[in-house]
Design a protein around this ligand. Structure first.
Ligand SMILES: [Zn+2]
Length: 204
């Protein structure tokens, strides 16, 4: 730090260009910096703690809601509508069972019991109840075909379970749009591979 005026700039601040001839004045000045920093750091720490807390509470609440929803379904004797399909066969089987109105409504009503106060969360929770990641990796929203192979990815948008989910979202979140739901579904399906890899990694 250059001090063109050795008297007026006897003491200089570390934090800015402020300088003073009096040590006391400078110390008072510098306290302003430390107070600001401290307050900012504390606010940051408090915010992070609150976010963490809120996230943890929401997760616990979500789990409770799912459990309640499952219990209700059990009472109504419609558990099979909620058990995630663990293989393609059982996924297709349930989809087939939904071709009639009553089968379709049964699954749709079951989905209605699933927790989630935002479209995206609700979609994720629902998909988790509909199919396992092992089945989800076989699907993408719009499907994918490649020369030489009959199907690379199956088209989820063609399934009755997707249609039921769309209907549910439409009723529960009238302000949401189709694209919002579709992109949430698409993201969840695309992330299935990563979730499986993570799970395998954790199991090792
Ligand atoms: Zn300063």
């Amino acid at each position: 730090m250059s001090r063109p005026n050795p008297f007026r700039q006897k003491y200089v601040c570390f934090g800015c260009t402020y300088s003073s001839y009096s040590k006391h004045t400078l110390l008072n000045h510098m306290r302003k910096h430390t107070d600001e920093d401290l307050e900012r750091d504390m606010q940051l720490a408090i915010n992070q703690q609150i976010s963490k807390e809120i996230y943890a509470r929401l997760t616990r609440l979500q789990m409770k809601l799912d459990m309640i929803a499952q219990a209700i379904c059990k009472e109504e004797g419609s558990t099979e509508a909620f058990a995630p399909a663990n293989d393609l066969e059982s996924f297709l089987e349930r989809d087939q069972s939904m071709s009639g109105n009553s089968g379709f409504d049964r699954v749709k009503n079951s989905l209605n019991n699933i927790g989630g106060d935002r479209v995206r969360i609700f979609v994720f929770n629902s998909l988790r109840q509909i199919l396992s990641d092992e089945v989800a990796v076989l699907y993408s929203l719009s499907g994918k075909v490649s020369a030489g192979y009959p199907v690379v990815k199956r088209k989820f948008a063609d399934t009755n379970q997707f249609k039921a989910l769309m209907k549910c979202c439409n009723q529960r979140f009238p302000e949401s749009n189709v694209q919002e739901v579709r992109s949430a579904v698409s993201d969840w399906l695309n992330q299935a591979k990563t979730r499986l890899e993570r799970k395998r990694h954790e199991e090792q």
